[in-house]
Write a protein that binds this ligand. Structure first.
Ligand code: PEP
Ligand code: MG
Length: 884
């Protein structure tokens, strides 16, 4: 290598350019001009990929001669197939990218003649590539070429040539210095292939580049060696930043450019393009969160339905001083109304600790919120709220968004407190979204606000309401976020009331778990009740009475006490088997989705697992689970059950219950499409792998297989044959019990045929109700009417039981109706012998069964089949079997 001193002497102009070259300390790497021509500063290179530093820091040259020479000694670690670029690695590990012209990859090799091969050891000044300037100038957007340090994280440019003319192989161009020894080592080990790839993509999705595609894009490139950014309308965003991508404002029909740089650039760009066009391959439109939550409400509890019915009735004849709502968690409470102050906490602007301390506080708060969200995602998954789980998963992604976190760090480095910095970073991003004037993005602003609030809480900034609660507080809000509830003083809160919300919203689930009565969908009138007004919340009956009389308060208090006693009594006997007073045994099992649920089920006295919804174990995965992953998940659950058996349902996914690894063609009516076992028509591998995993669980008798969405016996016979064949191939000799879900009217009508081939039937009343009444289970406006106690649904249940009895098979119910106290006597009366319910409902349902007389139930259930509406059935049930 020629020494810098010599070069400086041969080219006096460079004296100014590399000022201290001769004095540069040892370990510095000196690069000479690889091309002859004037310097172009990196920021002025006419391609944002380079000028934005995506390839790393560097410098441009506008070449006057068609010859690229080595700027230093090194090894040609990568030579582009098209001959327009190469990467040289120095002995110290610096990766020097030499790129001729702009967009010259498009020339596909035309005009370029590499003079070296990949892997060649070269000396400074050796000719690397010759190129035809005319061809490049006429076909590419520009001849300007770039020298970039691809591993700029390991090497920094400490000196660079100023505006001057360069002579290839002679003029000093750059001086590099290693930033950190460890990084250099890593850099040497790392692959040095620097490819670039670009693709233009038109967004076909109605939502454009919204949170879900953005989050997926980010996931798609995880682990790939490439830096990728999306560009639109003169703006660009790295794919690591969901917030940045949202800020592009690329809506439906927008044509965005994806640019990738790195060894796996082509792969990464293709992956991003695939995600951005995925809608065209089958993604449903992203819906505003309210709608998604409504969809999550598909597994709405029976209690909510009962209360909805009450609400409808109450609405017809308004009671003074009373608001009606939907029961989200049963119970009754008396207290003072406190409007939950939703105002953001105000952290102090100035840092209280050192810069490092503030930075650490922010890191810790973010980590705490991340853990909290992880639990939230899991909870949502457990209750079947796949959509809601998706929302919280997006929150997790936003939480670690580099744009947000970097902005907050910048403010901390300016002396601001962690809380202030975080709040400002969130605000700035909300402002960007607000400017885009888009309803869906407005929802993302709400997401940002929520994670903003969560982190501030984790930093210790609570809002006023949490500190000033009266002794018995009934908290009122538009809706509560899980973070609101996690910071509550539970010793003071007696009930929750929400103007909006759904029976299966997060707040509802948490309230149920905590045993706090909760009422949702009370409406805007809630806001008009004055602060600290005394109220009675009769959640079980869907009522909120404000400014009640002394007698009402008294009654409510004693009712509350009585209910607490009942709960305690129920718990004491929950581990004993349940039978009606006249001796009809009823198994009370639990519906679960995870290993944790299995433990809760056992704690609550569940006799068995009546339904394991397996799709929820695997929703947030990039790929379908392997046979062994299936086996391990089920094995762990079986082991947690202490000898109890588990009915495990095969994947019930499809366009209506989406999982990340499925890309199905769009369907106009997903609920009527390729879901449940029908999915095997297009993805037989998914079912087969799952069956193999199920068949491998030990001991063999611990697991029964349940098939969802079966419509006739032909399907069942085929599937049984497949299961038998797989078992044989695996060398399994023990028999396996196979049951079918009765959730499609045809299956109920043909139950006698199905029962001939099935070991048991399990009625999915959620779907059976939806398909019988033609009422979308996700449509909130129909929530009160889509009632499983509708006589038509009861008649199908009756048919199913009769069909099963012909062949001596048993029938269970695993839909939400099984956990509805008003439905229990009727289901038992129709001949159902297993009720599979929410783990926490097991004690109450067992207690309910014990109070029944089977002969009476039978008679009254037959009478119910003749009633003319679900309301009439409910009223009759309430009369015959009053609620606790
Ligand atoms: C049902 O349809 O009642 C059922 C139990 O299945 P899922 O709610 O998972 O569709
Ligand atoms: Mg179902």
């Amino acid at each position: 290598m020629r020494r810098v001193e010599e070069a400086v002497l041969t080219n006096p102009a460079a004296n100014h350019a590399v000022k201290h070259a001769e004095n540069s300390p040892e370990g510095h790497i000196r690069l000479f001009a690889p091309l002859t021509g004037p310097v172009v500063m990196l920021a002025d290179v006419p391609d944002p990929v380079f000028s934005g530093g995506m390839f790393g820091d560097g410098i441009g040259v506008d070449p006057l001669e068609g010859k690229l020479v080595a700027p230093c000694d090194g090894v040609v670690a990568h030579l582009a197939r098209t001959g327009h670029a190469l990467t040289l690695v120095t002995a110290e590990g610096a990766q020097v990218l030499l790129h001729i012209g702009i967009d010259t990859v498009e020339l596909d090799g035309r005009g370029f003649a590499p003079m070296v091969e990949q892997g060649a050891q070269v000396r400074a000044g050796d000719v690397l590539i010759e190129f035809d300037q005319d061809i490049v100038a006429c076909t590419a957007p520009s001849l300007v070429s770039v020298v970039a340090i691809a591993n700029s994280d390991a090497f920094e440019i400490v000196e660079r040539a100023g505006a001057c003319g360069l002579k290839a192989g002679e003029t000093p161009l750059l001086v590099l210095r290693a930033r950190d020894g460890a990084l250099v080592e890593a850099a040497r080990e790392a692959s040095v292939v620097v490819e670039e790839a670009r693709q233009q993509v038109t967004l076909t999705h109605a939502g454009g580049l919204h949170a879900r595609p953005a989050a997926r894009v980010r996931e798609a490139v995880r682990g790939l060696e490439a830096r990728v950014e999306v560009r639109f309308n003169g703006k660009k965003a790295p794919v690591e930043s969901v917030v940045g991508m949202l800020g592009l404002g690329a809506g439906q029909g927008a044509s965005v450019e994806i640019v990738g740089v790195g060894a796996q650039a082509a792969e990464a760009v293709a992956a991003v393009a695939h995600e951005l066009q995925r809608d065209a391959h089958g993604e449903t439109d992203e819906k505003p969160a309210r709608q998604i939550e409504a969809a999550a409400a598909s597994a709405a509890t029976a209690a909510a339905r009962a209360a909805s019915a009450a609400t409808v009735a109450a609405a017809a004849a308004p009671v003074p001083n009373t608001l009606t709502g939907v029961c989200a968690a049963p119970g009754i409470a008396v207290g003072k109304l406190v409007h939950w102050d939703d105002a953001e906490p105000v952290p102090p602007e100035a840092a209280q600790g050192t810069l490092a301390q503030e930075s650490r506080r922010l890191d810790q708060a973010i980590a705490a919120v991340d853990a909290e969200l992880n639990t939230t995602v899991r909870d949502a998954s457990q209750r079947g709220a796949v959509g809601a789980a998706g929302i919280f998963a997006v929150h997790r992604v936003l939480l670690e968004d580099p744009t947000l976190v970097d902005n907050a760090r910048d403010l901390i480095s300016l002396g601001k407190s962690a809380g202030f910095a975080w709040r400002e970073a969130i605000r700035a991003q909300i402002a960007v979204l607000a400017n885009l004037d888009d309803a869906l993005l407005a929802e993302r602003a709400a997401d940002l606000r929520d994670i903003g609030k969560r982190v501030l809480r984790a930093l210790g900034y609570a809002n006023a309401a949490t500190r000033e609660l009266p002794a018995e507080a009934v908290l009122a809000a538009e809706d509560f976020t899980p973070s609101d509830l996690s910071s509550l003083d539970r010793t003071r809160v007696t009930a929750l009331v929400m103007a909006r919300g759904g029976a299966t919203s997060h707040a509802a689930i948490i309230a149920r778990q905590l045993g706090i009565p909760a009422l949702v969908a009370v409406g805007d009138a809630l806001r008009r009740i004055a602060e600290h007004t005394e109220v009675v919340v009769d959640a079980s009956n869907g009522r909120l009475e404000y400014a009640p009389g002394a007698r009402d308060v008294e009654r409510a208090r004693s009712e509350r006490e009585r209910l607490a006693g009942v709960r305690e009594t129920n718990r004491r006997t929950s581990h004993q088997a349940a039978a009606t007073a006249d001796g009809r045994a009823i198994e009370v099992a639990a519906n679960i989705a995870t290993l944790d649920d299995a433990k809760t089920a056992v704690d609550n006295g569940a006799d068995a697992i009546g339904l394991l919804r397996t799709e929820l174990l695997f929703i947030h995965r990039a790929a379908a689970p392997s046979v062994d992953e299936h086996r391990r998940s089920y094995q762990a659950i079986v082991e947690a059950l202490g000898g109890r058996s588990a009915i495990i349902r095969t994947l019930d996914v499809g366009a209506d219950k989406e999982v990340d690894y499925l890309t199905l063609p769009p369907e106009p009516n997903p609920a009527l499409g390729l879901r449940g076992i029908r999915l095997a028509q297009v993805r037989p591998d998914l079912l087969e792998d799952q069956l193999r995993g199920l068949l491998a669980v030990q001991p063999a008798g611990a697991v029964r297989i349940l098939l969802p969405m079966v419509t006739d016996a032909g399907e069942l016979v085929r599937l049984r044959a497949q299961i038998a064949e797989l078992a044989r191939a695996m060398g399994r000799t023990a028999p396996v019990e196979v049951g079918v879900m009765i959730e499609v009217p045809s299956a109920a009508l043909l139950a006698d045929q199905l029962a001939k081939h099935a070991d048991f039937l399990s009625i999915g009343t959620n779907d059976l109700t939806q398909y019988t009444l033609a009422m979308d289970r996700c449509q909130p406006d129909l929530a009160a009417q889509a009632d499983g106690l509708h006589p038509a649904v009861l008649r199908l249940i009756d048919l199913a039981v009769q069909g099963a009895q012909k062949h001596g098979k048993w029938v269970g119910v695993c839909g939400a109706l099984a956990g509805d106290p008003l439905a229990v006597p009727l289901l038992v009366g129709l001949g159902v012998t297993e009720l599979s319910v929410d783990p926490v409902s097991v004690p109450a349902i067992k207690a309910r069964v014990r109070k029944l007389d089977y002969r009476l139930c039978r008679q009254r259930a037959q009478d119910a089949l003749a009633l003319d509406s679900a309301q009439a059935v409910r009223a009759a049930s309430r009369d015959h079997w009053p609620l606790d």
